[in-house]
Design a protein around this ligand. Structure first.
Ligand code: NI
Length: 137
């Protein structure tokens, strides 16, 4: 049996967004996105869970130092998105509809530049208690 272990770090951020497709008129946007297309935006309390799978480093006993993982998530994700309007304040979503699906892929792509690629990362994002997404699937 391999000594691979999954470690998880949970973080939290609040952001506002509006879901819409600029190619569609207001009526079509309202039909597809409902209240989430409200032009005046609305907020979510996002819960972010980052999972890393890897071998235990025999010198430290860690898969990854959780303090370092927390720092990376804080610096790269929380500071970027917390208390922001994703559509208006964040370049990542200037041209990309900030659905939970697009947000989780964006977060994965940012974090993957700062996490040792030998660790297999999975990112899960809760937009509400009942609606959540995961990438890779
Ligand atoms: Ni929403």
């Amino acid at each position: 049996m391999s000594n691979k272990v999954a470690v998880y770090r949970k973080e939290h951020f609040n952001s506002a967004h509006r879901l819409f497709n600029a190619d569609w008129d207001d009526e079509m946007n309202k039909k597809v996105f409902g209240k989430c297309s409200n032009p005046h935006y609305h907020g979510h309390n996002y819960e972010l869970i980052v999972k890393l799978v890897g071998e235990i480093n025999p010198k430290t006993g860690f898969v990854m130092d959780m303090k370092l993982l927390s720092d990376v998530i804080q610096e790269q994700i929380i500071e970027r998105f917390d208390h922001k309007n994703l559509n208006e304040d964040c370049n990542e979503f200037a041209q990309l509809n900030p659905t939970a699906e697009n947000i989780v892929v964006t977060i994965y792509n940012i974090l993957s530049q700062h996490i040792d690629p030998v660790l297999k990362m999975t990112v899960r994002l809760y937009e509400t208690e009942r609606n959540f997404v995961q990438y890779p699937a």
